[in-house]
Design a protein around this ligand. Structure first.
Ligand code: TRP
Length: 340
């Protein structure tokens, strides 16, 4: 594994290990784009395990989920030779920079974040953890440490990226130019994959019923059935119309994303054929996609030593960059330099 400095611009993103499997919403909305950045960028991709404890979590599952997440990233095409893949908690720099950025963020600014408002609404703001409140500030630290050009994420992360840019600018202005202003990279067409049973909601681990969500590591036969029983509408015309036909439009989006065929082309090919054929074909496309993915993920999980080595190598590459940024920050903030 080479860690020679490269001249390529950087790209960085993270995903939380909050489930036993990623789902189609994660994959088509965000993760899929990570793969294509590897040709022209120096990528840093990490598992956000620090973020995962900002809401209640099961400590017995977290480490396994971190490993399964890493295996899935590799199975979907993130190549450890080209990309640094690592666990966020392996780099104390993330939490260290977050502390400094906490001091630059106002309480009101943090509290206005819609994700905080949504997630804290359930049990009331007063009982939400401070970790949930400062979640986007840790995310800003994750990003700014690496000075990336792009941050590929789903639509729901746009506001956190705006906060990240604000904090970068504030730090640069107050101290000295240190951080690069990162740009969000959000795929318009698949930014939001919807729940198969309730196509008014997005597909999400917290909000979807089991039949509304397709996990990448599900039994492929189960996933096929979920497609065949997805909620559509009563007119039986395969047509893209998000307002009138959210269920069918969502299936078309998934179909198009998995096959690379355009929506128009798909609509034309199902002209006069009804939903039965359409869903059966899509079910097959889904099975053909998830079957090898699942096999590959399992294979990777069977070689634990190799997976550990990948994460170790990824953390080393990440540390080279992150520790340098953090040293600049410490100096600029005015901390007494520790003697070696
Ligand atoms: N908050 C992101 C999500 O839920 C995960 C994340 C954490 C992240 N740190 C990040 C994404 C840094 C991009 C960059 O999807």
């Amino acid at each position: 594994m080479s860690s020679a400095p490269t001249a390529l611009p950087r790209v960085l993103s993270g995903i939380q290990p909050t489930a036993d499997s990623f789902h189609f919403g994660n994959y088509l909305g965000a993760l899929r784009q990570w793969v294509s950045f590897q040709d022209d960028f120096e990528p840093f991709f990490f598992i956000a395990d620090l973020h995962a404890i900002s809401v209640s979590h099961d400590p017995k599952k977290l480490a396994d989920r971190t490993l399964v997440s890493a295996a899935q990233l590799i199975a979907m095409g993130i190549d450890p030779e080209r990309s640094a893949i690592f666990a966020q908690s392996h780099l104390p720099e993330h939490a260290e920079l977050a502390w400094i950025l906490n001091s630059l963020t106002s309480f009101g600014e943090a509290r206005r974040m819609t994700q905080f408002k949504d997630k804290s609404a359930k049990d009331g703001e007063g009982s939400a953890s401070i970790g949930l409140l400062t979640y986007p500030i840790l995310q800003a630290a994750d990003i700014l440490l690496y000075r990336p050009q792009y941050v590929p994420v789903g639509e729901d992360q746009r506001q956190h990226l705006e906060l990240t840019r604000d904090l970068a600018q504030r730090f640069n202005h107050r101290y000295k130019k240190t951080f690069r202003l990162p740009e969000p990279y959000i795929l318009k067409s698949t930014a939001k994959i919807l729940d198969l049973q309730q196509p008014s909601n997005k597909m999400s681990k917290s909000g979807s019923s089991p039949n509304g969500i397709i996990d990448l590591l599900d039994d492929p036969a189960v996933s096929a059935k979920k497609i065949r029983t997805a909620v559509t509408d009563s007119d039986s015309v395969v047509r893209f119309d998000e307002a009138e036909k959210p269920g069918v439009s969502n299936l078309l989006t998934i179909y198009s994303a998995l096959t690379g065929r355009t929506i128009e082309e798909l609509v034309a090919s199902y002209d006069g054929r009804g939903y039965g054929d359409f869903k059966a074909d899509l079910a097959e496309v889904v099975v053909d996609f998830v079957t090898p993915f699942r096999d590959r993920t399992r294979e990777l999980l069977d070689d634990r030593a190799e997976l550990d080595a990948v994460l170790k190598g990824g953390a080393e590459r990440a540390r080279e960059v992150a520790s340098r940024t953090l040293a600049d920050v410490y100096e600029r903030v005015g901390f007494l330099r520790a003697q070696a």
